[in-house]
Ligand binder design. Structure first.
Ligand code: SF4
Length: 152
């Protein structure tokens, strides 16, 4: 059997981003077509609707959210941490059920970011850090990298 990877659904063409759009990446689409990947959107799995208000991690990154030291807040100030945590755990369950050892996730997302996220000020500034789902998958031994680290 081919190794299965978990991939961010928005990169497969699913319009599940906060703004109701997709961010298709031909390399990720190819993996799904070849049955080498399953697509998940942690924010939708967590019960959030699409479109939704953009959210950022305030006070740290995904690891800090997992440790209860930072929160995920949407643009209107609403705390959406629980939905982000629920979605991360759903994504982990699906990854484990599929036997995925690796995930390719959308950089900069408060769920899927692997190395860089927005800094929590809603000013478009980025900082080093992981999203909530990326952090959880990593804790469970799944290798997480972003589409920016994919080779052509
Ligand atoms: Fe894409 Fe992940 Fe955001 Fe869903 S949570 S829209 S999969 S980046």
């Amino acid at each position: 059997r081919k190794p299965i990877r978990l991939v961010s659904a928005c990169m497969t063409g699913t319009p599940c981003r906060y703004n109701g759009q997709a961010k298709p990446d031909p390399r990720v689409i190819r993996l799904v077509e070849h049955q080498e990947a399953i697509a998940v959107c942690p924010e939708m799995l967590g019960g959030l609707s699409t479109p939704r208000r953009p959210a950022e991690i305030v006070g740290g990154d995904g690891d800090d959210v997992l440790d209860g030291k930072a929160r995920v807040i949407d643009e209107s100030g609403q705390d959406v941490t629980e939905a982000f945590l629920a979605g991360a755990h759903q994504a982990l369950k699906l990854a484990q059920a599929a036997g995925a050892r690796e995930a390719i996730l959308k950089e900069f997302s408060p769920s899927c970011g692997c190395a860089t996220i927005y800094d929590g000020t809603f000013s478009g500034k980025r900082q080093a850090g992981t999203g909530v789902t990326a952090a959880l998958l990593r804790r469970y031994g799944i290798t997480v990298r972003s589409e920016l680290a994919l080779e052509e």
